[in-house]
Ligand binder design. Structure first.
Ligand code: ATP
Ligand code: MG
Length: 262
């Protein structure tokens, strides 16, 4: 079966990229799909969502991470770490990712380095989904992540500044699309909705009226279980199966699957 690659990106920091990537990845694996998650951010938040700080720092130091794969233009299969969950593997990040723009700069066909690192694993069909967590930047590295992707999901925080800057993301995506003509914007996912406040309705309304943008019906409300789960390096559905956000992430994942053309 074809491997579907989805990148979670938004230049706005703290918009829920890592949280959404982690929990959608976990839910996909629970649905029986084989999933590889790639942490593309020097903050290593996706890595820390599944592994302890000690494990993440060890991978950061011993070279078993995305930075080594990309800077050596090596097959990503050599850098995979199994999580404790069935069907769910990960490629961890490293703080050296802070150098990645500089490292990519002198490379030939520099937009396609990650795509080439993923080629063998995609061709093998070992995974149904590859999910990638992007850093809050728009540069050569995120361009690499999007050039290696079939779909983009943009998590947006339901706050006044959550929408500010989204135009830059759309503009960047338009540039990406000229290089990777196969990529589609799967949708915008609203996160961190505080249903005690009305502001989120404005976010939803604005996005519903944005041409060419699919807004996921299932949004994610603020839930302190998310933070406790991250503190314990667990997906929220493992930390507290009854948590509201666990149900919301399951519903969002089902919506993702229904939209993906497999
Ligand atoms: N539904 C939620 N309820 C409560 N807190 C949340 C929720 N989603 C995310 N958070 C918190 O918001 C913060 C930002 O989330 P996250 O790290 O997923 O965003 P991000 O877009 O990956 O950030 P960055 O741009 O720094 O990579 C985190 O501290 C996380 O714990
Ligand atoms: Mg993040």
């Amino acid at each position: 079966m074809k491997t579907t690659t989805i990148c979670f990106a938004n230049n706005k920091g703290g918009s829920g990229k890592s949280t959404t990537c982690c929990n959608v990845g976990y839910e996909l694996s629970q649905m029986g799909y084989k999933v590889l998650m790639i942490d593309g951010d020097m903050q290593m938040n996706l890595s820390l969502s599944f592994f302890s700080e000690d494990e993440v720092l060890e991978s950061a130091q011993n070279g078993n991470n995305v930075y080594t794969a990309v800077t050596n233009s090596d097959d990503i299969a050599n850098y995979i770490t199994a999580t404790k969950y069935e069907n769910l593997d990960a490629v961890l990040s490293s703080s050296l990712m802070s150098n990645i723009e500089f490292d990519l700069f002198s490379k030939w066909q520099r937009e396609f380095i990650l795509k080439n690192c993923l080629k063998n694993i995609k061709d093998s069909g070992k995974y149904d989904f590859i999910l990638m967590d992007a850093p809050p930047t728009l540069g050569g590295w995120v361009m690499n992540m999007l050039c290696a992707s079939d779909y983009l999901i943009i998590p947006v925080e339901a706050s006044p500044w959550g929408l500010f800057g989204l135009a830059n993301m759309f503009e960047f995506f338009a540039t990406v699309k000229q290089i990777n003509t196969d990529i589609s914007l799967l949708g915008v996912a609203i996160t961190k909705v505080d249903s005690r406040k009305n502001y989120f309705k404005q976010t939803i309304e604005t996005l519903q009226n944005t041409d060419g943008v699919h807004l996921f019906e299932n949004y994610i409300r603020t839930d302190s279980s998310i933070e406790w789960a991250q503190d314990a390096s667990l997906p929220v559905a493992v930390f507290k199966p009854s948590a509201r956000s666990a149900k919301e992430y399951k519903a969002l994942t089902e919506e993702v699957v229904s939209l993906v053309n497999r």
